[in-house]
Design a protein around this ligand. Structure first.
Ligand SMILES: CC(C)(COP(=O)(O)OP(=O)(O)OC[C@H]1O[C@@H](n2cnc3c(N)ncnc32)[C@H](O)[C@@H]1OP(=O)(O)O)[C@@H](O)C(=O)NCCC(=O)NCCS
Length: 207
């Protein structure tokens, strides 16, 4: 990776370019087309959104990466809710994928989340990527995924403690914040504001 890049806070002037970046990053990856650009658009208005952890990566004056965080919680088995963060969407422009930029952006943002005092981060993702930044499968730590049986090892539900021991002795369930679920018809409508792109059914997509 050419190390010359800049990571900075997203500004309002970046919003549309970034939504397009996330659209390009996710398009046809998990399903034909994608919803993440609309998810990102709506999450910025969500009370759980954390502006201090909303970052862009710039290279040669161009935006090539984006990540953002939301406040979330683990519903503890002892009745206590434990505040954590969740992250996403994160995306790197296709031409820059698999060159180390995504890991650099993720690690930077995790460091900033840690500096803010966050105890742990949970989200759905690919352990092959996030494992390189210290994430583990959450069920191995007693944290379970909503809607899945307790005994299930959910390989895509991941966890990283930012404060060592933060979740020691904690067992409970993580619920993906509602803001990540969007209406397909609203996505379609929003997508019309972007350049036309072909939706393709490809091998390896999840949906
Ligand atoms: C996922 C994404 C952010 C990763 O960023 P990236 O810049 O491509 O990843 P990096 O080059 O920094 O990869 C870091 C490590 O993770 C591994 N990795 C990255 N993406 C991977 C993938 N899809 N599958 C398996 N391993 C992967 C790389 O091999 C690399 O390890 P190495 O340095 O030992 O080779 C980017 O590919 C992307 O935007 N993908 C589409 C959108 C998406 O899936 N976002 C995440 C949703 S949870």
């Amino acid at each position: 990776m050419n190390k010359e890049y800049l990571i900075r806070r997203e500004t309002e002037a970046d919003y549309r370019d970034n939504e397009n970046l996330i659209r390009e990053a996710f398009w046809n990856v998990y399903k034909p087309g994608c919803s993440e650009h609309y998810v990102m658009h709506t999450l910025r208005q969500n009370p759980a959104f954390i502006p201090e952890l909303d970052f862009v990566m710039e290279k040669d004056g161009k935006l090539i990466g984006q990540t953002m965080y939301m406040r979330a919680e683990i519903v503890g088995d002892d009745g206590q809710n434990i505040p954590i963060l969740t992250m996403g969407p994160i995306g790197i422009l296709p031409a820059y994928k698999r060159q180390g930029y995504g890991k650099a952006l993720l690690d930077y943002s995790l460091e900033k989340a840690k500096e803010m005092g966050a105890g742990a981060v949970c989200f759905e993702g690919n352990i092959d990527f996030y494992g390189k930044s210290g994430f583990v499968v959450a069920s191995t730590k007693g944290i379970h995924y909503h809607g899945e049986p307790r005994e299930a090892v959910v390989p895509y539900f991941l966890l990283k403690e930012l404060i060592p021991g933060y979740l020691d002795g904690v067992t409970g369930v993580y619920h993906t914040p509602q803001g990540y679920f969007v209406d397909d018809a609203e996505v379609e409508e929003f997508d019309k504001q972007f350049p036309p792109k072909e939706k393709l059914k490809l091998p390896g997509q999840l949906f």
